[in-house]
Design a protein around this ligand. Structure first.
Ligand SMILES: *Cc1c(COP(=O)(O)O)cnc(C)c1O
Length: 292
């Protein structure tokens, strides 16, 4: 008894004065607030929505568990992250599998087990077409990541400057159409478009542009989508504009009448906009050097 009380006192004293560092310090009520505000925004503007959490933004298992318990799906960009999602209790049907480096093996199992998959490399397109011939009764459906010119729609917003993004299939040079054609020829349906881009500022115009580009592709290619995945990259300020409401309203406006929001699910993949403010990295200063 005596010993354990001492241990307890010691722990409390240690955590009050000198928490061990480095440490991630989470403000849980604040985190709750961010998730609730995003949920409220989609409930208002696009109730048929799936929220997911971008693992790569911060893969702390406690944080992932927090998001999972609030109904957010897992958004992963590697096999390792896919397996982390499974290890943390996600079922494959609640995983959104993105990124250009999917392995043959993991793609095959994700397709069979019903994950949402956005293809982002030509080999993934060929592999999926090949899988379809192995599973003729399965009616496979996948999404495609779109390479679009953010700079043309929103000058100054691209984080890669005038360099084009290296992600997705370009909609103007024929590569997106080639992917659609190869998949359709193998009996694979295009279920979604994935529009994720980083942007330089908090601008909501980027999201209106992403939705507008998606709407143009939907119309010009005659697509009927199960989902439109706008990605992440939002900024989730607490009081200042823009709010989550502003972003989701802009997306809704951008798609116009090209789709019925009751039939096409909006997918969001936030990371930083949920965790950047509530999660802090604490470290100890061990030395101060003068350099001038
Ligand atoms: C990094 C990433 C996200 C999350 O980005 P944030 O800026 O943290 O919101 C979402 N989707 C994809 C595909 C990503 O690569």
């Amino acid at each position: 008894m005596h010993t354990s009380k001492d241990a307890m006192t010691h722990t409390l004293e240690t955590s009050n004065s000198h928490p061990p560092t480095p440490a991630l310090v989470l403000d849980v009520p604040k985190l709750e607030g961010f998730v609730a505000r995003l949920q409220d925004a989609v409930d208002t503007h696009w109730p048929n929505a799936i929220l997911s959490y971008s693992f790569k933004t911060n893969p702390l298992p406690w944080l992932i568990g927090f998001m999972r318990d609030r109904g957010l799906w897992a958004e992963v960009v590697s096999d390792t992250e896919y397996q982390l999602a499974i290890a943390l209790g996600y079922t494959p049907e609640h995983i959104i599998y993105n990124g250009p480096i999917k392995s043959h093996q993991q793609l095959w199992s994700a397709l069979r087990e019903g994950s949402i998959i956005n293809l982002d490399a030509k080999r993934e397109v060929s592999w999926t077409a090949e899988f379809a011939t192995r599973m003729p009764d399965a009616s496979l459906a996948v999404g495609l990541r779109v390479n679009w010119d953010l700079e043309a729609y929103c000058p100054g917003q691209s984080t890669s400057g005038l360099e084009h993004s290296r992600f997705g299939f370009n909609a103007e040079n024929g590569e997106l159409d080639a992917a659609i054609q190869e998949l359709n020829a193998a009996g694979v349906r295009i279920a979604g478009l994935h529009m994720h881009r980083n942007s330089a500022t908090q601008s909501v115009d980027v999201y209106r542009a992403a939705a507008t580009v998606a709407a143009e592709i939907i119309t010009s290619r005659g697509l009927t989508l199960d989902y439109l995945d706008i990605g992440g990259g939002f900024y989730g300020s607490m009081d200042g504009a823009p709010t989550f409401h502003d972003y989701i309203a802009a997306i809704r406006k951008g798609v116009g009448n090209t789709l019925d929001i009751r039939n096409t699910t909006l997918i969001l993949e936030p990371g930083g906009s949920l965790v950047a403010v509530p999660v802090e990295m604490h470290a100890s200063v061990i030395d101060v050097k003068s350099v001038c």
